[in-house]
Design a protein around this ligand. Sequence first.
Ligand code: ZN
Length: 45
Amino acid sequence: MPTCTYCDRSLEAADLVRHESGDLLRVHCPDCHSMLGTYREPGRF
Ligand SMILES: [Zn+2]
């Protein structure tokens, strides 16, 4: 289970804010909107 490194909140995968652009998936914290990660294959996340 991921934890936001900025606001220290424990997050469920379903809680994360996702933005897909092309073949990249960017994942943000729903609270502080910090970028938590970038994934190359959205289908696998
Ligand atoms: Zn956060």
